[in-house]
Design a protein around this ligand. Structure first.
Ligand SMILES: Cc1cc2nc3c(=O)[nH]c(=O)nc-3n(C[C@H](O)[C@H](O)[C@H](O)COP(=O)(O)O)c2cc1C
Length: 558
């Protein structure tokens, strides 16, 4: 067998082969002795016997940029140019002195970066050219999003998922061609259709009533299986809140206020509201963070407030309270929440009143009595044993929330520690069946409704959640996308480029409340259309017929 070799660059040789520039790396080749050079050119040489005979390529074709040298040249260059400009200014034209001043400033800043500051090693080693790297890094996400990421790979929502929502929100055809771009690798949950689809006109109108189990006379009925999930004024700017609320009114769905306190902008639009009480109880708190019963009673008496949701935890940051970064705290938000300006507002990880199952059940009863409305709880599931303990305590005290919202660990947020978003809390489709099991095994499924949230932005995931026991679905980011969210991932910085999660007037100007409220409505109508189509395909005439038998769950193989 003959052998062949290629010239390798110093770096390649050192790192890969423990040899040095100029040495020949040997790799077995069959028959004709030629190999591909590092630029893709074929560099032939012939070898016989065991001693390799090497032929040098006639022309060295490797081009490479030595950034260290370029930076050195740049740093010397700007000093040279400074003197050049000064001379030109002196001898040729006074106007060159403008250039001299600019170069002088650049040199001073460069000197600071290289010799004074100690924070950035790159700047210290390479000077002003290192800024090029920072610049490219800062616009990397945009380039990846626009050009380089495929339609299915972006997170948390791929371009395909986003465009489906955009198209629905604009009221244009969201059908696709040629075939699904999802991977079919037996890890996906699928809906099982029927040989005998239900005719559309046999599908019953959707209707779910909260509070009917307790027989409260303020029981509230929803007529679409979709609700706008909690997003506070604070996380959202006022235009976004108003567009959501107006859109919710037009689409005849309720909107959750989020934990941001007094729902000033929500109330302006006359939508049906679910007032959310977070762990800091903004809007209904005493100074020490405990519940102010009078404030809650006053709020609950408003005709727009239809239900109250006690947030125990949230999928994006379970075990941690809400976080509103100081950048986003305006004087108005500080007033509505009752917090100081200039500091991050961190809510406690749990309600002061809820320290164990017994006190939690008692607190739910208290809120139900004060509000006189249907009252639910929201949580992300951690330990199902703890949920079981809570449910048995509810049985013991004979107090049940009117619904439980199960928020998946994949849920969104205005701001949260990345480690919490990535690592804590069960994903929705793992949690929902566990919660349903607990309720069924404890024999209380008929006492509590389930709502679900966690990337339920399309009808497929929504029907899946409903087949796992949810009576209806919340989505937050689905509605943000409907409003035009481009997934810039800046919700925590007050710089949202489309004006949704910002309080800057100039950025909110682009968000026209009336136009965007139409998008919210269109999105809901688009989903409604898909729900009917999918129910029909599943052979179901009512959402109450959806159950786990509709699902193919690959993990269980059933
Ligand atoms: C900008 C933003 C703000 C949010 N604010 C709240 C909040 O105030 N209270 C809460 O319980 N959940 C909040 N959430 C979580 C959502 O209500 C929802 O549970 C979660 O995002 C999952 O739904 P999604 O995947 O459809 O977005 C927020 C989410 C986002 C994106």
């Amino acid at each position: 067998m003959s052998r062949c070799g290629v010239w390798r660059s110093t770096r390649e040789s050192k790192t890969n082969h423990n040899s040095y520039a100029g040495e020949i790396s040997l790799a077995p080749c069959r028959g004709f002795a030629s190999c591909r050079g590092s630029l893709g050119r074929v560099i032939p040489f012939f070898v016989s016997g065991s001693a390799p005979v090497r032929t040098r390529p006639l022309i060295e074709t490797r081009l490479s940029v030595n950034l260290e040298r370029v930076a050195k040249a740049g740093n010397i260059g700007i000093v040279t140019m400074l003197f050049g400009a000064a001379l030109l200014g002196y001898f040729v034209s006074f106007y060159f002195h403008f250039l001299t001043v600019a170069l002088l400033l650049l040199n001073l800043v460069n000197f600071y970066w290289r010799r004074v500051q100690k924070t950035h090693s790159l700047l210290a080693n390479f000077g002003f050219l290192a800024q090029g790297r920072y610049l490219m890094e800062s616009i990397g996400p945009e380039f990846r999003q626009y050009w380089f990421s495929s339609d299915t790979e972006e997170k948390p929502f791929s371009r395909l998922e986003r465009s489906e929502v955009y198209r629905k929100a604009k009221g244009i055809d969201s059908s696709a061609a040629f075939g699904s771009q999802q991977s079919f690798d037996r890890s996906e949950i699928k809906l099982r259709h029927s040989f005998f689809p239900a005719p559309h006109d046999t599908i019953e109108p959707f209707r779910v009533t909260f509070g009917e189990e307790r027989g409260v006379d303020t029981a509230f009925t929803i007529t679409r299986p979709i609700l706008i999930s909690a997003m506070s004024f604070g996380a959202l700017g006022q235009n976004a809140v108003r567009a959501f609320a107006r859109g919710a009114r037009k689409a005849e769905i309720p909107m959750n206020t989020g934990e941001g306190g007094y729902p000033k902008y929500h109330l302006m639009e006359g939508a049906d509201l679910i007032f959310q009480m977070g762990t800091a109880k903004f809007g209904v708190r005493h100074e020490d963070g405990r519940l102010d019963e009078q404030k809650l009673a006053e709020l609950a008496a408003k005709p727009e407030i239809k239900m109250v949701e006690i947030k125990l935890s949230q999928g994006a940051k379970p075990g941690k309270g809400g976080l509103l970064p100081s950048e986003k705290i305006t004087a108005e938000i500080a007033e509505l929440r009752g917090v100081p300006m200039g500091r991050d507002v961190v809510s406690p990880p749990y309600h002061a009143e809820c320290t164990d199952p017994a006190s939690t059940a008692a607190f739910i009863r208290r809120v139900q009595e004060i509000a006189g409305l249907p009252v639910g709880i929201k949580f992300c599931l951690g330990r199902d044993a703890e949920l079981r303990a809570l449910v048995s305590e509810m049985k013991r005290q004979n107090v049940f929330p009117d619904w439980m919202t199960v928020d998946g660990g994949e849920g969104g947020t205005g701001a949260a520690p990345k480690s919490f978003m990535d690592s804590i809390g069960l994903p929705l489709f793992s949690a929902l069946p566990l919660v349903l099991d607990v309720l069924e095994e404890e024999g209380v499924k008929d006492r509590v409704k389930l709502l679900a949230s966690g990337k339920l932005v399309n009808a497929g995931r929504q029907i899946t959640a409903m087949s796992m026991g949810a009576s209806a679905c919340y989505t937050a980011r689905g509605f943000m996308l409907a409003l035009g969210c481009i997934q810039a991932l800046q919700c925590n910085q007050n710089t949202c480029p489309v004006g949704i999660t910002t309080h800057h007037g100039h950025l909110q100007n682009g968000l026209d409340v009336e136009a965007k409220s139409e998008r919210v409505k269109n999105y809901v109508l688009g989903l409604h259309h898909d729900h009917i189509e999918m129910m029909s395909a599943l052979g179901k005439t009512s959402a109450t017929q959806l159950d786990r038998k509709n699902l193919y769950l690959p993990a269980s193989g059933s």
